[in-house]
Design a protein around this ligand. Structure first.
Ligand code: FCB
Length: 429
């Protein structure tokens, strides 16, 4: 199998129209624009066939998408066969198109019953997630070689349990630590369930990694903050994957430590989501004793997310991830901008870094641009435009951006080189 060259999406962000924790969150007025609603998102559910047909036209040989747990298990323990069948059809369509399916089980959203029953803080969440993974495995696991169990576990927990910005909206590091332990155990169990159906399935997380820098070069306190921020956000999970020991600490808030003996074996590759660099500045405001900001020292201009464009950070995080000793897959990398020329610059610069990283020996086996289409960007709703295809939200019409052509062009260079047998899409054996 060649290098995986594709795009990534998530169910809720392009399909919407499901009753889950985010629809509740929206009704509570928790998005930046309290009146914003996901609705049908990019209308993908009704356009699945034609959207998937775009993939070969952008030179993709792989597609990362996610399942919507709330659709598959709308009530606890009640599996919706039609939703599983729909997912199987997607996988089959991809295979027919010659596209490797990369399936994410969990991408931020939860069924509403999940929180009513206590969420990730409850030990039972491990079993709930295992059962969901087993259902997916038995419905179409025979056709999938590459799985992402959980998208951005650390962001999910910091955002949901520490900052309180996304469901369940808590602010407790202790609760976050308990949730983390269960979430990682859920991953171990899910990995076992997926492999039961397909022994050669390869399993990992999509881990969001940022490049960190001190806001004031000369400040020892800022530099110290960078060290602890990098550990909390980037490195703790990587070390747990490498060793089975999780040490997670937020200075001033607490420290959690636990052992997950099966975690190293439950990770065949490391998925990296990379977008930006963040500058940290020491201060006295709890919970963090610090603040962060996106600076623009290279004058490329911040993105619509307010993020710095920093290609060199991409190589730095890939190097850090490679320390785990597993193949790497860039499970997301992308930019939100209206001016498509800036997207093309972003793609050129980041794929240059990617090529350099591979040339110097980093085992990167795939790259997924975020995203195929403009979509519902969580708290930011529909303002940021990440797509290779523009979506007109009034009519759901798609319009190809020139960056889609560039993406196809760049892909030729990455997929021309034959695989070396260690490919993530190939078997584990
Ligand atoms: C990532 C998320 C993805 C999308 C991009 C912009 O952190 O995984 O859903 O929102 O950011």
């Amino acid at each position: 199998m060649n290098f995986l060259w594709g795009v990534a999406t998530s169910a809720y962000q392009i399909e919407g129209a499901s009753e889950n924790d985010w629809t509740e969150w929206e009704r509570l007025g928790k998005l930046k624009d309290p009146r914003a609603r996901c609705g049908k998102a990019a209308g993908h559910r009704e356009r699945r066939r034609s959207d998937l047909a775009l993939l070969p036209t952008i030179g993709a040989n792989a597609y990362r998408f996610s399942l919507e747990w709330s659709r598959i298990e709308p009530r606890r323990g009640r599996l919706e066969e039609s939703a599983l069948l729909e997912a199987r059809e997607t996988v089959e369509s991809l295979r027919r198109l010659g596209i490797e399916p990369v399936v994410t089980l969990h991408h931020y959203t939860h069924p509403t019953w999940f929180w009513a029953e206590g969420g990730w803080e409850k030990r039972e969440s491990v079993e709930w997630f295992r059962r969901f993974a087993a259902a997916a495995a038995s419905a179409f696991g025979d056709l999938v070689n590459l799985w992402v169990t959980v998208n951005e576990p650390i962001v999910l927990l910091l955002g949901g349990y520490v900052a309180g910005l996304i469901p369940p909206g808590q602010r407790s590091f202790r609760a976050a630590s308990r949730a983390l332990e269960h979430l990682l155990r859920a991953h171990e169990e899910a990995a076992a369930a997926l492999r039961e159906k397909n022994r050669s399935a390869r399993i990992g997380f999509a881990h969001n990694m940022m490049d960190f820098a001190p806001d004031r070069e000369t400040s020892a306190l800022d530099r110290k903050l960078v060290e602890s921020g990098e550990r909390l956000y980037n490195l703790a999970l990587l070390e747990a994957i490498a060793t089975g020991d999780m040490v997670w600490s937020l200075p001033g808030e607490g420290r959690a430590q636990f052992r997950l003996a099966d975690l190293p074996d439950a990770n065949d590759y490391v998925g990296v989501n990379y977008y930006s660099r963040v500058h940290l500045r020491f201060g006295l405001a709890p919970p963090w004793r610090g603040s962060f900001a996106y600076r623009d020292p290279s004058s490329r201009g911040l993105t619509e997310m307010g993020w710095e464009i920093h290609p060199l950070g991409f190589e730095r995080v890939l190097r850090a991830a490679a320390e785990v000793g597993r193949p790497l897959v860039v499970t997301e990398n992308g930019i939100a901008v209206r001016d498509d020329r800036r997207r093309r610059d972003f793609l050129r610069e980041h794929t240059l870094v990617l090529a350099h990283a591979r040339k110097t020996g980093l085992p990167v086996e795939g790259y997924f641009y975020w995203s195929l289409l403009d979509n519902f960007e969580w708290l930011e709703a529909f303002r940021p435009r990440f797509g290779l295809y523009e979506v007109d939200y009034a009519t759901f019409a798609r319009r190809r951006r020139p960056s889609a052509d560039l993406f196809a062009e760049l892909g030729k260079r990455f997929t021309a080189v034959a695989g070396d047998g260690r490919s993530c899409a190939a078997s584990r054996e």
